[in-house]
Design a protein around this ligand. Structure first.
Ligand SMILES: [Zn+2]
Length: 221
């Protein structure tokens, strides 16, 4: 196993603890993975985010076969969704949360609209994928479908998934998504909020490229 795959273990443990601290998940909910070449390192099923140790992280091949002499734990129940996202995108890390603002929105809206220009970091308005049972192939397929052109998707009555070129970027996007959902809810308190048009979002994307924001970490302004 490569040094990068080995290094993924403490990284995943550290970010799992952050999921709890940042309010993006509770208990053992939420799961994170990193792709290192042909190996995916993923958090285990049923271990609290604050109790996890590097040796609990599961190592899988891209087809989901567990490298069994490496961890005795069972991989996250959402492993099919993580693997489907690696197969369909250039993701190097995937973060799945149960963050409350996003879950609340998912039950009431078909998408998170462009309430703030920062939504361009996620590729634009974020779709809510149709409901399917946790851990199912149907959920994995629905997530991949709704991710087209985006680095984030909201799962109806469930949570959210973000991906990135590394774990730091994927995680920053999960935090941004939750912030955007909260901001949208706050705006709704005043009535129907103004939203940014596709042309306005395109202008932001072009300017971001021009300034080369986002080359390091998630980018912000
Ligand atoms: Zn979940």
């Amino acid at each position: 196993m490569s040094d990068r795959a080995r290094a993924a273990r403490p990284q995943l443990v550290g970010y799992s603890a952050r999921l709890l601290r940042d309010g993006l998940a509770v208990g053992s909910a939420g799961n994170i993975s990193i792709r290192c070449g042909d190996i995916v390192a993923i958090t285990p099923s049923g271990i609290g985010c604050s109790d996890m140790r590097p040796g609990d992280i599961c190592m899988l091949t891209l087809d989901g076969t567990q490298i069994t002499d490496d961890s005795a734990e069972t991989p996250s129940s959402e492993t099919p969704m993580h693997l489907a996202i690696y197969a369909a995108t250039d993701a190097a890390a995937v973060v799945h949360t149960h963050s409350p603002e996003v879950v609340a929105l998912s039950a009431a809206r078909p998408e998170l609209p462009a309430i703030h220009y920062a939504i361009t970091w996620l590729g634009g308005p974020v779709r809510v994928a149709p409901y399917a049972r946790f851990g199912s192939a149907a959920l994995a397929a629905a997530a991949v479908e709704a991710l087209q052109g985006r680095s984030a998707v909201i799962l109806r009555n469930h949570g959210a998934v973000t991906y990135g070129r590394d774990l730091a970027q994927a995680y920053d996007r999960a935090v941004l998504l939750e912030w955007l959902a909260r901001t949208y809810r706050l705006a709704l308190c005043y009535g129907e909020p103004a939203l940014l048009s596709a042309a306005e979002l395109d202008e932001v994307t072009a300017e971001t490229r021009r300034r080369r924001y986002g080359e390091r970490r998630g980018g912000s302004s």
